[in-house]
Design a protein around this ligand. Structure first.
Ligand SMILES: NC(=O)CC[C@H](N)C(=O)O
Length: 439
C-alpha cells in the first residue's frame, strides 16, 4: 500500500495523480469512401468535418497539432500511444528575440485527432495537462481505440480522404451522404492563418528579412531570429515589391492548402524574381510558391508526406548542403512541384525524395545571378531531425554578405529604414515589436 503524498508532488509525477478523467462518450470516424471506425471520444465533445491524413511521426504531437499547415485536417497518428508526455505551457521565454509561443502557434490547428491508444496518464517535467484536456480547452475533438493501421492502409491506398468525426449522440447517426462532406482544400486556408497585419521580431537584428506569412510555424521565425535576423512578418498577399529595396532578403513560410489558390502571392513573387536579385528562401508552401512563380507546375499527391523520417537526396551543393548526401527530414505536405525536364531556365532541382522521387527542393542556378532556394521539407523540424537546420545559417549569412557587398559598393545604403505603407496596419505578438506605419 502507498502512503498518501504529504509534500508537493514533483512535476515529473503530476500526470499520474492529477490528470483529468478521459471522457467516455462514443465517437465514430466516417470516411467519404464508406468506411467507419467506432471508438471513444476525448477532448471537446463536438463533431467536425475535415480531410483525413496520417502522420508517421513518433513524437511531437503537440508541435504537429499546432502547425498551421494542418488546418482543416483530421490527423491520424500511426504511432499507437499518443499523449504519454502530456502538454507543456505554450508560452515563450521572456527573451525579446523569441516569438511568443513554445509550440508552433497559439492554438491547435488541426480539426481533430485520431489515435489508437490515448495515454490517460502523462509524465514529463514540463507537462501541465493531458492531451485530452488540452484538446477540450481548444474545442478540438479526438477519437481513440480505433485501428489506426487499418485507417492508414486505406488512406495510403486511396489517398487523403474527406472525413467526419462524429461525437456523442452524433456517433449513432447514419454515415453522411458523400455530398455532405466538407472539403477544406477548396478554401483559401492560408488567408485564415496568415497574420492580418505586419509586425516585427528582433528589430535590432543586423540583417532585415521580410517574411511572407502563409501560416508560419513558430520555429521557422525562431530559427531566423536566433541567427540575428530582424524580421518583418507580412500577410501572405502583401505586395513585397513596394518595400523590397529596404530588405536584405525575403523568406516565404509554410502554410495550409493548395498553393495555386495563393494567386496574388504568385503574381507578386513573379515580379520580385524578375526584378530583384537579393536572397530568397522558401519552405514547404513557400517553396511551392517559388516553384510555381518560376514556371513549374504543382500537383496534389495521393496521400502526401507527413512525418519526421523522410529521406531526401541533395542533387546540388549549396552552403552546408553537400550533393550526394541523404538528409532525414521532417515533412507535412499534400502538394508537390512537378519534376519537369528540362527545368525552367535559371533553375535546377536541389533535392529529391528517396521514397517517392518527388521534388524536395529547387534552387536558382549559379549562372542565373540569383540566390533563391526552396525546400519542400522543414529544416527547422519541430518536431523531427535537425539534419538540415544549417540551411537557416546559410540563408542569413547569404543575406548578410550580400548586404555588406552592397554597402561597400554604395556607401550610405545601410541607413535604409524598415517602412510599411500606410493602411497596412500593424500587429503585435507577445514579445514582438510593432512596426510604425509610415505616413
Ligand atoms: N507545410 C506546408 O507548408 C504544406 C504546403 C501545402 N499546404 C501542402 O500541403 O503541400
Amino acid at each position: 500500500m502507498f502512503a498518501r503524498p504529504i509534500c508537493r508532488i514533483p512535476a515529473l509525477f503530476r500526470g499520474y495523480v492529477a490528470h483529468a478523467p478521459v471522457m467516455q462518450l462514443p465517437a465514430i470516424l466516417h470516411l467519404k469512401s464508406g468506411e467507419s471506425f467506432a471508438g471513444k471520444a476525448f477532448g471537446a465533445p463536438r463533431s467536425i468535418w475535415g480531410e483525413t491524413v496520417f502522420s508517421t511521426s513518433i513524437t511531437s504531437y503537440t508541435e504537429s497539432m499546432t502547425d498551421p499547415s494542418y488546418r482543416g485536417q483530421i490527423l491520424v497518428f500511426t504511432t499507437p500511444l499518443i499523449g504519454n508526455y502530456g502538454v507543456p505551457l505554450n508560452n515563450a521565454p521572456t527573451d525579446h528575440r523569441d516569438v511568443g509561443v513554445l509550440l508552433e502557434s497559439k492554438r491547435i490547428q488541426c480539426a481533430g485527432v485520431v489515435v489508437a491508444d490515448l495515454a490517460e496518464k502523462y509524465s514529463h517535467s514540463s507537462a501541465v495537462e493531458s492531451l485530452s484536456s488540452w484538446c477540450d480547452r481548444h474545442d478540438i475533438p479526438g477519437i481513440s481505440g480505433v485501428d489506426t493501421r487499418a485507417i492508414t492502409t486505406i488512406l495510403r491506398n486511396q489517398g487523403t480522404t474527406l472525413g467526419r468525426l462524429a461525437i456523442g449522440k452524433d456517433a449513432s447517426a447514419p454515415p453522411p451522404a458523400p455530398h455532405e462532406y466538407w472539403d477544406p482544400s477548396k478554401e483559401n486556408l492560408v488567408d485564415q492563418v496568415s497574420t492580418k497585419k505586419p509586425y516585427v521580431l528582433n528589430p535590432d537584428g543586423d540583417v532585415k528579412i521580410a517574411v511572407l506569412d502563409f501560416g508560419a510555424k513558430a520555429n521557422i521565425l525562431r530559427s531566423l531570429v536566433r541567427r540575428n535576423a530582424a524580421l518583418t512578418v507580412l500577410p501572405w498577399n502583401f505586395d513585397f515589391n513596394i518595400i523590397r529595396d529596404k530588405y536584405d532578403g525575403l523568406f516565404l513560410t509554410n502554410g495550409p492548402g493548395d498553393p495555386k489558390l495563393c494567386t496574388e502571392a504568385i503574381l507578386n513573387l513573379r515580379r520580385t524574381l524578375a526584378e530583384w536579385d537579393r536572397p530568397i528562401f522558401g519552405i514547404c508552401m513557400g517553396h511551392q510558391i517559388i516553384g510555381i512563380s518560376a514556371g513549374l507546375d504543382a500537383y496534389r499527391m495521393t496521400f502526401g508526406n507527413r512525418g519526421h523520417n523522410q529521406p531526401v537526396l541533395a542533387l546540388a551543393s549549396s552552403g552546408s548542403i553537400k550533393a550526394g548526401r541523404v538528409y532525414v527530414t521532417s515533412q507535412n505536405h499534400q502538394y508537390a512541384l512537378t519534376l519537369s525536364d528540362p527545368f525552367p531556365s535559371g533553375w535546377e532541382p536541389f533535392f529529391i525524395n528517396c521514397n517517392d522521387s518527388s521534388v524536395e527542393g529547387i534552387k536558382s542556378t549559379s549562372e542565373s545571378g540569383k540566390k533563391v532556394w526552396g525546400v519542400q521539407f522543414h529544416p527547422e523540424s519541430a518536431g523531427g531531425p535537425l539534419d538540415t537546420i544549417e540551411m537557416f545559417t546559410d540563408f542569413v549569412a547569404e543575406c548578410r554578405s550580400d548586404k555588406l557587398r552592397r554597402e561597400a559598393d554604395e556607401p550610405g545604403s545601410e541607413d535604409a529604414k524598415v517602412e510599411i505603407p500606410s493602411g497596412s496596419g500593424m500587429e503585435t505578438m507577445q514579445s514582438a515589436q510593432p512596426i510604425a506605419a509610415a505616413a
